[in-house]
Design a protein around this ligand. Structure first.
Ligand code: AGP
Length: 624
């Protein structure tokens, strides 16, 4: 999704800005650009990759000490150079067109009242050169400018409805950048010498530049000048935001022996699970005690004792980890659990229960719909909140009372893999903690679950060794247009996740069904051209699932079955079986999802798609 980098310095900051964009590339984008102050406003924009923008700035000798840069993921207006950021006020502000611009601006988010503002600005004589909502803000700041950029931005944002993080500079104030955020993340980077300062939508953009980060809060406005900065809150009062030392993640960007980040991240899962459990194992004795250092945060045990139900809010893959957790929370902890797609929950009328634990799940911790759903739940009086999240400094962690941090490390591939399995690990621990708080776990059950968790990294490594068999399945899938995924019980969400992975990176149309639903409609789709992936662990539903598989075979469908060693399903004509190394009881979803990740990955490689940056998608969805 869109990314922002900005800087005020006393050296040429173009290389710093473009490198910052390169660090944000993993989030997904379809155009990019950089603008600097150099006598007037100058910019370079491109619909190619950031590497080509780098070439362009060098060919065009673009240099300056104050500047802003952006990667755009199109919302309003097609991915085209004229829609790419930075935008200049007067739109046609390039010197070549004879109308020098005064304001340069980049924006993440969506301005909802852009139409109304556009009409007013047009009436004042502003000419628009793009279809974006962003250009409206540039003109608006220009129209309010009376010699002080900070004041102009402050007045402009008071007129905006919607979500934004912006960085702005002005032709008439060469050493100043003003930023503002509401609904989209923005951080301030404090330079090593204290003389130069930066803005970015994600601290990762500043890796290697500074580790001194200020997380701006909702409604904050920041003024960056050479050697000083200050922040004011939404009331206009000076705000002291703490400077935190944030470890840069630039090492995560190395591919090592892997061809793609997704492959690397799939293979990192044993380590990611071990790290996630490590953080928690260190406090396992306290996990089940009424007092002490609870891994979910202070007071967690008390909250877990009180709550009557759980409401899980999430999007995409994170939603599917929530769907899996529902089976654990109801089956093991006996706590009624509801799982909702965040973008649905936030807009529907619901019946709030103040004794519900609201759980958000998010890799990034910045997903706009999930954050809005959390805030909506809070506004309805639900104050017991917990997040399962991979980014400790994210808005989601800051805005919830309790948190289980997953330690997947930076996930770069747009298709989420290690974030999913570490979320499942975190959610299983939440289940155990709730079960214990409510007295629904015997000591021996607790010990057995913890033992199984500790063995997970080894079990995952054994599943990863199935890769050559999965590659042979992927060769069959590469030529298909459609695929069905079936699962039952705990593994129905795993079928959903498998289908999402396949469609996301291979562009093959894939649907997942609870296998019992097959004859209620989707069976009509089954022909010899429809591969049917079946997740078939040896659990209580296996015999039922076998009947569903017969229904597929009887219609000529070809089955690809992930069976456990003792599932008694044999490969034969029209049935391809891969055997999982061991049956893993309630934790089996963490293992069964891995071959599905590998199937999507190798099918995408065979089809030649852009695995890590699939078309139309972004890594972190910070707009609605
Ligand atoms: C998964 O492969 C996705 N690309 C996507 O569904 C993702 O899980 C979703 O956008 C939620 O993101 P989050 O976990 O960062 O909130």
């Amino acid at each position: 999704m869109c990314g922002i980098v900005a800087a005020v310095a006393n050296r040429n900051i173009v290389p710093l800005l473009v490198q910052g964009l390169q660090r944000l590339e993993y989030r997904g984008y379809d155009s990019c650009g950089v603008a600097v102050h150099n006598g007037g406003l100058r910019r370079a924009r491109s619909t190619a990759r950031v590497a080509e923008l780098l070439q362009q700035v060098s060919t065009e000798h673009l240099e300056g000490t104050t500047g802003i840069a952006h990667t755009r993921w199109a919302t309003h207006g097609a991915p085209a150079v004229h829609n790419a950021h930075p935008h200049f006020s007067h739109g046609s502000g390039d010197e070549a067109e004879g109308r020098p611009g005064r304001i340069a601006l980049v924006h993440n988010g969506i301005i909802e009242n852009h139409e109304e503002l556009r009409n007013r600005l047009k009436a004042k004589g502003y000419a628009f050169a793009s279809q974006t909502d962003t250009e409206v803000i540039a003109h608006l700041v220009d129209s309010l400018y009376e010699g002080d950029l900070f004041e102009a931005v402050q007045s402009a944002i008071a007129r905006l409805h919607g979500a934004y993080a912006i960085a702005v500079f002005c032709r008439d104030e060469p050493h100043r950048v003003v930023g503002a955020r509401a609904g989209s993340p923005l951080v301030l980077g404090v330079g090593a010498e204290g003389s130069e300062h930066y803005l970015a939508s994600d601290a990762m953009a500043l890796a290697g530049v500074t580790d001194q980060i200020v997380y701006l809060e909702e409604g904050d406005l920041v003024d960056l000048q050479l050697g000083r900065y200050w922040v004011v809150d939404r009331q206009g009062d000076r705000a002291d935001r703490p400077v935190r030392t944030v470890q840069a993640h630039s090492g995560a960007a190395e591919l090592g022996p892997y061809r793609h980040y997704m492959q690397k991240e799939i293979f990192e899962q044993p380590r990611a699970i071990a790290d996630t459990l490590d953080g928690i194992q260190a406090v396992v004795p306290e996990l089940f005690e009424a007092s002490g250092n609870h891994p979910a945060g202070e007071g967690a045990h008390h909250v877990f004792k009180q709550i009557e139900s759980v409401l899980i809010l999430a999007c995409g893959t994170s939603y599917y980890s929530g769907c899996t957790a529902k089976y654990w929370l109801e089956g093991i902890a006996k706590v009624p659990t509801q799982v909702e797609i965040a973008s649905e929950y936030r807009y529907r009328e619901s019946v709030p229960n103040p004794h519900t634990l609201v759980v958000t799940i998010s890799q990034s911790g910045e997903t706009a719909d999930t954050l809005a759903a959390l805030r909506h739940a809070q506004s309805l009086g639900m104050r017991h909140t917990l997040t399962v999240c991979n980014v400790a400094s994210s808005a989601m962690v800051r805005e919830t009372r309790l948190a289980y941090l997953t330690r997947a490390g930076v996930e770069i591939g747009v298709a989420s893999t290690k974030a999913f399995t570490t979320q499942l690990a975190g959610l299983f621990l939440l289940t155990l903690a709730l079960a214990q708080a409510k007295g629904r776990l015997t000591e021996s059950q607790e010990a057995a679950h913890l033992k199984a968790m500790r063995h997970l990294p080894a079990a995952l490594s054994a599943v990863l060794a199935l890769e050559p068999q999965i590659i042979s399945w992927a060769d069959d899938f590469a030529g298909k247009q459609n695929a069905l995924f079936l699962g039952r019980g705990l593994h129905y969400p795993i079928a959903l996740e498998g289908a999402l992975k396949l469609k996301e990176i291979t562009y093959i149309h894939a649907e997942a069904y609870a296998a019992g639903e097959l004859k209620h409609g989707p069976l009509a789709l089954v022909t010899s051209e429809m591969p049917v992936v079946t997740v078939a662990p040896h659990d209580a539903l296996l015999e039922k699932l076998k009947s569903n598989m017969q229904e597929v075979r009887a219609r000529g469908g070809v089955l690809y079955v992930l069976a456990d060693a003792d599932s008694r399903i044999e490969s034969e004509d029209g049935i391809h079986v891969i055997r999982m190394p061991e049956h893993y009881g309630p934790l089996s979803p963490l293992l069964h999802v891995v071959p599905l990740q590998l199937l999507a990955y190798h099918t995408a490689v065979a089809r030649g798609t852009d695995v890590d940056k699939p078309r139309n998608l972004a890594k972190s969805v910070t707009v609605e």
